[in-house]
Design a protein around this ligand. Sequence first.
Ligand code: FE
Length: 333
Amino acid sequence: MHAGKGILAALTLSVLSAAVHAADPIVVYTARIDELIKPVFDAYTKETGVKIKFITDKEAPLMERIKAEGANTPADLLVTVDGGNLWQADQMGILQPVDSAVIKQNVPSQYRASNDSWAGLTLRARTIVYSPERVKEGELTTYEALADERWEGRLCLRTSKKVYNQSLTATMIEANGAEKTEQVLKGWVGNLTTDVFPDDTALIQAVDAGLCDVGIVNTYYFGRLLAQKPDLKAKLFWPNQDDRGVHVNLSGVGLTKHAPNAEAAIKLMEWMTGEEAQRLFAKINMEYPVNPAVKADETVAAWGEFKADSVPVEVTGKRQAEAIRMMDRVGWN
Ligand code: FE
């Protein structure tokens, strides 16, 4: 009798633990703030019943944490912005490749790692913002032309410490070569109106206020500011439309090397690149869908269509160190 009870108890326990296992939440470490990612996770849970636990922090501590946790990490997915950061995560050995036909179908190849270690979720353009009161029609052409004398004392830039500018520089090196890019960066630094800005929003505000005539910023910051200040005078310009196009970067996702719930996590990754999630992202983030089947949200679409640089975004990682050294050499603070 006692033995029988023991077997029953053991059986019950193992059934229970299987049930608990099946309901294990997917754990996401995300460098995106709650309001930009939670609605997407909530929609997934509502549809599938699968729970998602997420921890929000800056990308560097999240990546260090995954590395330190090693095989014991609870994290299944890392979500962060910028190809430069995702490439770093892969270099740290904290991601594993996901070979998914769904992701390959939904995400164009230039927005994925060539080794499948991460895939884009949303796109953002890093483009020119200008004051229509202080910049004449036809004056703007390319990023490179902002190095010309005509922009002396008129250009504003964000700090070179931000990965966004490192990534822009990396893709310029890829397109124009190191020598030409260094000349351009020197020209930019020589044309600065004032010290570099700590963030894109402050830069757009300075253009709006007439302190700077032109600057380079990510589109969604412009969108967020416009939502708060509908009478914003600053405008966006799409440069390099006769050559390589506008610099586009992304937010993306990678499966961690030791993901405890990998199968479920891959399903979530696939879903996030699909149409429903892409529409949600486009709306809440004011970014561009990475999935070409989904249109940009109305507000974003109103800024106009543009040709985007088709360079693989992983170039931002591959040439990051070179870009940082170059920015340092030309005195871009
Ligand atoms: Fe940002």
